[in-house]
Design a protein around this ligand. Structure first.
Ligand SMILES: Nc1ncnc2c1ncn2[C@@H]1O[C@H](COP(=O)(O)OP(=O)(O)OP(=O)(O)O)[C@@H](O)[C@H]1O
Length: 304
């Protein structure tokens, strides 16, 4: 659903993204984490076709974002870390304006507003002005604006900042609800505990590079497995991609791979048998679920 390949972005004198690459399948919620200045906002802005990278490729839902930015805006919802709402418009007018800008026909706007405001529990706020709303409610209005056109992919930059624990909990519930509707989400945050409540993947960005892609909590029907080899096997990625029922998440130095398999013992046995039949020197093969905070800290400690 989302493929970022070798992305390089530079501000004058600063390389903010340095060959960043990753893939996120449809229906996942990917947490984007990393220290201040790692490049999270820049990455999201490139993915939302709001910045032009020096080189590399971003593909979302089969659309090349850099070649077709307008087509991409139709299938993406983006919430900026410093979002603004029009203070002189009511919430209903804000939503109407965005709906029209997203190409929703005038006759369909009322239904779209009713739908999104129901999902975000702001139905009783439609005739208020943003200045009269709490930070949490304004956040909900901003998210409503980002998803009113029912995008396939939603990119949210620091959506939980400034929210109290209750509002953050509600936000987590909302993300899971959007996921159930089939959306793919990418959420950047510093608050790892909250991300853990809903993330399926964790991408760690450091100095513009993706230094880790951990599968935290794959959908119930699939489960992450870690494969470790006794020695390097140069065709590791290629071989795994060809095996039936195996979804390759990533490989490391031709000796380790994370794959998603069906959550079914017989199928897992068949995959292991097929792996051994290829002649790979398998020495470990087992579930790879990790705790988000541990995985993040391990990754940071691992790096030079
Ligand atoms: N407009 C700009 N001009 C020059 N350099 C910039 C600009 N915006 C960001 N940078 C630099 O690019 C790098 C990446 O910044 P970015 O805002 O993408 O990081 P971030 O991970 O989102 O940070 P934070 O967690 O603090 O929001 C940083 O070194 C930052 O100083």
């Amino acid at each position: 659903m989302i493929t970022v390949d070798d992305l390089i972005f530079e501000y004058p004198g600063v390389r903010a993204l340095d060959r960043a690459s990753f893939t996120i399948p449809q229906g996942r919620i990917a947490a984007l984490v990393g220290p201040n200045g790692a490049g999270k906002t820049t990455l999201m802005r490139c993915m939302a076709a709001l910045e032009q990278p020096v080189s590399g490729r971003v593909e979302i839902g089969g659309i090349d974002v850099l070649e077709q930015p307008r087509a991409c805006h139709r299938i993406i919802g983006y919430l900026s870390d410093f979002f603004g709402l029009y203070q002189r418009l009511t919430v209903r007018q804000c939503l109407h304006y965005v709906a029209r800008a997203q190409g929703i026909a005038a006759a369909d706007c009322a239904a779209a507003i009713a739908d999104v405001s129901h999902g975000l529990q702001i139905k009783d706020r439609l005739d208020q002005y943003p200045s009269a709303l709490s930070r949490g409610l304004r956040q909900r209005v901003a998210i409503a604006q980002a998803i009113i056109h029912k995008p396939a992919v939603v990119l949210l930059d620091e959506p939980a900042s400034g929210l109290d624990p209750e509002a953050r909990h509600q936000l987590a519930e909302l993300f899971l609800q959007l996921q159930r509707q089939g959306m793919t989400l990418m959420v950047s945050s510093h608050i790892l505990a909250e991300l853990e409540a809903y993330s399926t993947d964790m991408l760690v960005l450091r100095q513009g590079r993706i230094v880790e892609h951990a599968v935290i909590n794959a959908p119930a029907l699939r489960k992450p497995f870690r494969l470790v080899l006794a020695g390097a096997y140069p065709q590791l990625a290629e071989t795994l991609q060809k095996l039936q029922g195996v979804e390759l998440v990533r490989t490391d130095q031709d000796r380790m791979a994370i794959v998603n398999l069906e959550n079914d013992g017989d199928r897992q046995h068949q995959v292991l048998k097929a792996l051994l039949d290829t002649g790979m020197p398998v020495c470990e093969f087992g579930p790879a679920t990790v705790n988000l905070q541990d995985a993040y800290l391990q990754t940071l400690h691992k790096q030079p």
